[in-house]
Design a protein around this ligand. Structure first.
Ligand code: CA2
Length: 144
C-alpha cells in the first residue's frame, strides 16, 4: 500500500465555480485541488486529483487505484452517483476503501438524488460541507 489517495471527480464538476454557487460554492475544482494538496502535505499523504465527464473513465481510474496500491479513493461521482451500477461493481471489486464525497447534501434535494449506488459500497461519506468536505474526507482517509 502507498500513501497515495486518488481523488476522483465526475461529470460537470469541471464547471464548478461558474454557476449555482448557492448550491456548490464559488470555488473552482482547481481551487479545491490546490487546497487539498496543502491538506495532504499536512497529513503526510499524496493526492492524485482528477476529473472526467465519462463513466467508463471513472471505472478505469478505480481499477488504477487498485493497481497503484492507493491507500483510499475520495469519489465525487456527481450525477453518476445516482445511476451507475458500473461504479458500484468497480468499488466492490477493487478492495481499496472509497469515501463518497458531495459538495451539496443530495438527501435534501430532488428525489432522484436520494439513491446512491456509490454509497452502497463506500466505507464512509461526507456530504453538504462544500469544498471543506474534501478536506474532511482526506482526514478520514488518513485515519483508515
Ligand atoms: O453535491 C455534489 O457534489 C454532487 O455530486 C454534484 C453533482 C450532482 O449531480 C450530485 O447530485 C451532487 C453535480 C455536479 C455539477 O456541478 C456543477 C457545478 C456548477 C456548475 C455546473 C455544474
Amino acid at each position: 500500500m502507498t500513501d497515495i489517495v486518488f481523488v476522483l471527480n465526475g461529470p460537470n464538476l469541471n464547471l464548478l465555480g461558474t454557476r449555482e454557487p448557492e448550491i456548490y460554492g464559488s470555488d473552482t475544482l482547481a481551487d479545491i485541488g490546490a487546497m487539498l494538496g496543502g491538506k495532504a502535505r499536512e497529513l503526510g499523504l499524496e493526492i492524485d486529483f482528477r476529473q472526467t465527464n465519462h463513466e467508463g473513465v471513472l471505472v478505469d481510474w478505480l481499477h488504477e487505484a487498485r493497481s497503484t496500491g492507493a491507500k483510499a479513493v475520495l469519489l465525487n461521482a456527481a450525477a453518476y452517483t445516482h445511476t451507475s451500477v458500473a461504479l458500484l461493481d468497480a468499488i466492490k471489486a477493487i478492495g481499496v476503501p472509497v469515501i463518497e464525497v458531495h459538495l451539496s447534501d443530495p438527501a435534501t434535494r430532488e428525489g432522484f438524488r436520494h439513491l446512491s449506488y456509490v454509497g452502497m459500497a463506500a466505507v464512509d461519506e461526507v456530504k453538504g460541507l462544500g469544498a471543506r468536505g474534501y478536506a474532511v474526507a482526506l482526514e478520514k482517509a488518513a485515519a483508515l
